[in-house]
Ligand binder design. Structure first.
Ligand code: NAD
Length: 428
């Protein structure tokens, strides 16, 4: 048997950790419930394509540094691949594979006509100038450009990237093509083919399902309490929209620290503080608390909106929030899921809760391809409609099958992807 014929190690090894193991454990549970065979599981557990590129960067001081980047296309049976681009020192290929797989399920669950992809560059963007980040982005784009395009794979912002990054990717790709291709990225500036409502879409969606989840447990959002981990593109607006709904946000954190106010933080004032200082730390109208206090706060609602694997076997039993709504991708490990389930906590899974971003990315791509732009109200209404419809169908499936929301969401999504495979048939 040649190396190429060796079976791929698709089964999470006992005791193994990390997002790819978590994603495959969730998939295994869904394919078992659906009665799928090992061949189909293996196909769905494995990315369709992946590329690793080296990115030589000329630093501002004239020296050269070599960075590494990845783009993984997990599946495109339902349409072009879609997924964010992450700039973080923690990026590795297995993490990108897991995030790409979750994108496939998210798009299928929300009935957005895409497959899943994800990209990452191992870099801490805080230590690089804007000019250096632009050179990194353009070189990375150039290396992956045979794989991307409006009909192939459409990047979007994620941790450490933003609308400027998307504008640079769009420009680099367009220069190579010889004409402007607005539909190659989403999350662009509005003046450059971005969609109204995209910057806040993920958080809007998180809050739509968070309010629905609170009401489903008989808790009035006006007067409820919440804590939010992460104060970036997702966490910040989630905190803002929760506060606007009357929910008191007692605690928030970022990678530098956490703040707490028993009567509720003044979120607009906190946003001003973050704009001025770059962190929630040092906010005058709150007390500094240890980072874990945000995850363990005695609140109705917890929104993890930072990174993967923050709710684990070692801390899940200390979570006191009645409801956890996953703004981040993969914040809860399968062991933590079991502990939270046994403790009667309601976990609204990432592939449902944070899908608002990809929904409005889809709207942006539709608008860019038609060169016809929608009003903010139109975007917001269509976003709310899709989020609440998915919330309804996941709850219905969970009740019908007697399974947690995550398993129900994964089953619905995996079934749609498997159906697409079946209808298309296996080539050759
Ligand atoms: P971001 O870079 O804008 O913000 C990340 C935030 O998390 C920052 O405030 C950072 O300080 C904080 N953080 C990082 N590590 C932390 C830690 N250990 N503890 C506490 N805070 C920490 O990124 P983002 O776009 O807001 O993404 C956050 C999460 O949401 C990621 O899991 C991402 O994949 C997911 N997500 C993002 C979008 C989107 O549209 N941006 C869509 C869906 C899902």
């Amino acid at each position: 048997m040649t190396a190429l014929q060796e079976p791929v190690a698709l089964h999470p090894a006992p005791g193994a950790t990390g997002p790819l193991n978590d994603a495959r454990t969730q998939l295994r549970e869904a394919t078992t419930l659906l009665g799928y065979d090992e061949g189909l599981y293996s196909m769905l557990a494995t990315p369709r394509r992946e590329v690793t590129v080296s990115i030589p960067l000329r630093r501002d001081d004239g020296s050269t540094e070599l960075l590494v980047g990845h783009r993984v296309q997990h599946n495109f049976s339902r349409g072009p691949a879609k997924g964010g681009l992450r700039y973080s020192p923690d990026v590795d290929l297995d993490e990108v594979r897991a995030l790409a797989m979750w994108m496939t399920w998210k798009c299928a669950l929300l009935d957005v006509p895409y497959g899943g992809a994800k990209g990452g560059v191992r870099i801490d963007p805080r230590h690089y100038s804007q000019a250096e980040l632009e050179r990194v982005t353009r070189r990375y784009t150039s290396e992956i450009s045979p794989l991307i395009g409006p009909e192939r794979d459409i990047p979007a912002p994620d941790i450490g990237t933003d609308e400027k990054t998307m504008a640079w990717i769009m420009d680099t790709y367009s220069v190579q093509q010889g004409h402007t291709v607005l539909g190659v990225t989403t999350g662009k500036p509005i003046s450059l083919g971005g969609s109204r409502g995209r910057a806040t879409a993920t958080s809007r969606g998180v809050v739509h399902v968070a309010l629905a989840a609170l009401r489903s447990r008989g808790i009035d959002p006006a007067g409820a309490t919440a804590s939010v981990q992460g104060f970036g593109k997702v966490g910040r607006y989630a905190a803002r929209f929760l506060a606007e709904a009357g929910t008191r946000v007692l605690a928030v954190s970022d990678q530098y620290g956490a703040v707490f106010a028993s009567g509720g933080l003044d979120v607009p004032a906190l946003e001003k503080h973050v704009d001025a200082t770059g962190s929630v730390v040092g906010f005058a109208d709150g007390d500094e608390v240890p980072a874990e206090a945000v995850l363990e706060a005695d609140v109705d609602l917890l929104v993890p909106a930072a990174v993967e694997g923050v709710l684990r076997a070692d801390n899940a039993s200390r979570v006191r929030a009645r409801i956890i709504v996953e703004g981040a991708n993969g914040p809860t490990t399968p062991e933590a899921d079991r502990i939270l389930q046994e403790a009667g906590r309601l976990v609204v899974p990432d592939i449902l809760a944070n899908a608002g971003g990809v929904i409005v990315s889809y709207f942006e791509w539709v608008q860019a391809n038609q060169a016809y732009w929608w009003s903010e109200n139109e975007v917001e209404d269509r976003l709310a409609e899709r989020m609440l419809a998915a919330w309804g169908s996941v709850n219905e499936a969970a009740a019908r099958l007697g399974i947690p929301l995550r398993t129900a969401a994964t089953v619905l999504a995996v079934e749609r992807v498997a159906q697409a495979h079946q209808l298309r048939g296996l080539y050759p």
